[in-house]
Design a protein around this ligand. Structure first.
Ligand code: 4AD
Ligand code: MG
Length: 454
């Protein structure tokens, strides 16, 4: 189907001449002898105004409303006398592909609550806010790929079906082909327990040991029953892994990645970001400029605890050395204390995963979390324990079987070296970039406890 994208028509410095455009009618307004149709094709936020003569065939096919209908408009681009747009289309002919019954089509009003729109996740992409969010999501993914490519990283694909529990947290979805009630794993597809991955890290580590610098960018699953605005059961994680690298290299990588992606979005998605600045979070653009340019604060966990204790704040979860940081603590540090992204390092080993590198103090590990205002934890990672004996010791200390980790331990038996990686929660990044406060609104079809409707 020959057609021009609305964003190309609107961005042109000269009127585009004769065009065919296809899209959905956002609003219809009838004037004297003419009808104005605001058309959106998803290519950009701004609608294209189409001016249609009252007598134009097919106009009747729209009924007296038209909102939501899919149409084609053939016409000529001319300078627009109206304010707000440089060009409009004088329609010569319109074709209605599909109408939308005004009695039934739910997106009639201009503004709807986020809660209502979650109940129509399959339609909400047709609103300004959600189309802007999902365009930004796409641009951010592209910016991440460009960043890694420019730094010599290769993208890798890690399996979704797995036999191991990377984080040791045990909050995993089981996958089986056994009929309900059947428990004999020897009859199951893999003859053993199979689960959905919580992280591609272990496999990414293996691939980094031959490719040097890799990243995976894929779905991960967590069956934690936490109904928070920051947790989803299925989400995308971006996981770089670098051979011959330590914690300091990893912090630099995280900071450069977040700088680069934020800076890129401010340019490529300016129109969409401005919508969020106006309607979702006032001051968003200024906040993003700080995230894109200011160096991240860097502190140790011990320092973080001291800052939190000295804050004079009443936290729901009291603070003392050894506790895991909660979102309220993370937000206090990034939002109020430092007012910018903050990297916390060297957590006590007891609150972190088995694979993190032991520090010489015997108490802490070379872990790193990146905390950002409004979200809390955006990134979690570490330098990995590359010493075979220490890694084996830690696995046993946690009561796990060494045999479960045999292939992973091979990475320490053959050509081991200092290496490091992290996981960035892609949805949390989109929340940071848009000011959207609930993870359910940056995922096109969110999976959260009790919610698998779409
Ligand atoms: O800190 P996490 O659990 O780290 C790992 O899984 C490491 N294996 C990653 C690595 O080193 N390669 O998760 C990483 C990030 C978190 O910082 C958070 O942004 C996001 O993933 N995340 C979630 N995002 C949405 N919903 C959830 N349930 C999430 N759990 C973690
Ligand atoms: Mg974490």
């Amino acid at each position: 189907m020959q057609k021009t994208l609305i964003k190309d028509i609107l961005a042109a410095t000269e009127p585009a001449g004769s065009v065919t455009v296809c899209g959905w009618i956002r609003t219809r307004r009838d004037g004297k002898g003419v009808t104005f149709l605001e058309l959106n094709d998803g290519s950009c936020l701004t609608n294209l105004q189409c001016v249609v003569d009252a007598g134009t065939p097919a106009l009747e096919g729209l009924g007296d409303n038209g909102t939501g209908a899919a149409i084609r408009v053939e016409g000529r681009v001319v300078p627009s006398p109206g304010k707000g747009q440089a060009w409009e289309v004088q329609a010569r002919a319109i074709t209605v592909f599909g109408s939308a019954d005004p009695e039934k089509y739910p997106l009639q009003k201009k503004r709807h609550s986020d809660e209502f729109l979650r109940t129509i996740a399959h339609l909400r992409v047709r609103t300004n806010k959600y189309s802007a969010a999902f365009r930004i999501r796409s641009q951010a993914a592209y910016a991440i790929h460009s960043f890694f490519r420019s730094q010599g990283f290769y993208e890798v694909h890690c399996p979704v079906l797995t036999g191991s529990d990377c984080e040791g947290a045990g909050e995993m979805f089981r996958v089986t082909t056994l009929p309900p009630g059947e428990r004999d794993l020897s009859k199951d597809f893999f003859n053993r327990e199979c689960r959905l991955t919580v992280s591609g890290q272990l496999e990414a580590e293996a691939l980094a040991m031959g490719l040097g610098r890799v990243y995976s960018f894929g779905p991960t699953f967590r069956a934690e029953n936490s109904n928070t605005p920051r947790h989803a059961a299925e989400f995308i994680m971006v996981e770089p892994e670098m051979a011959f690298a330590d914690l300091s290299d990893l912090m630099d990588l995280a900071e450069n990645l977040v700088h680069s992606v934020t800076d890129s979005i401010l340019t490529t998605s300016a129109e969409d970001i401005n919508l969020f600045d106006r309607f979702v979070e006032k001051g968003l653009v200024d906040r993003l400029r700080i995230i894109a340019s200011e160096p991240f604060a860097r502190i140790t966990y011990a320092e973080a605890i001291e800052i939190l204790k000295a804050s004079g704040k009443e936290f729901t979860y009291p603070v003392s050395y050894g506790v895991d940081l909660q979102t309220e603590h993370e937000r206090y540090l990034a939002e109020e204390h430092f007012g910018r992204a903050t990297i916390v390092t060297d957590y006590p080993k007891n609150i972190k995963a088995f694979y993190m590198r032991n520090n010489d103090d015997g108490e802490t590990v070379a872990a790193m979390d990146v905390l950002v205002p409004r979200i809390g934890e955006l990134i979690g990672g570490s330098q990995r324990e590359e010493r075979l004996d220490l890694l084996e010791h830690r696995i046993m200390e946690l009561g796990q079987q060494l045999s479960e980790y045999d292939w992973y331990l091979d990475l320490r038996r053959f050509g081991t070296n200092p290496h490091a990686g992290f996981g960035l929660g892609f949805e949390r990044l989109i929340m940071m970039l848009t000011g959207i406060a609930n993870i359910r609104d940056v995922l096109p079809f969110p999976r959260t406890p009790g919610n698998l409707d779409f």
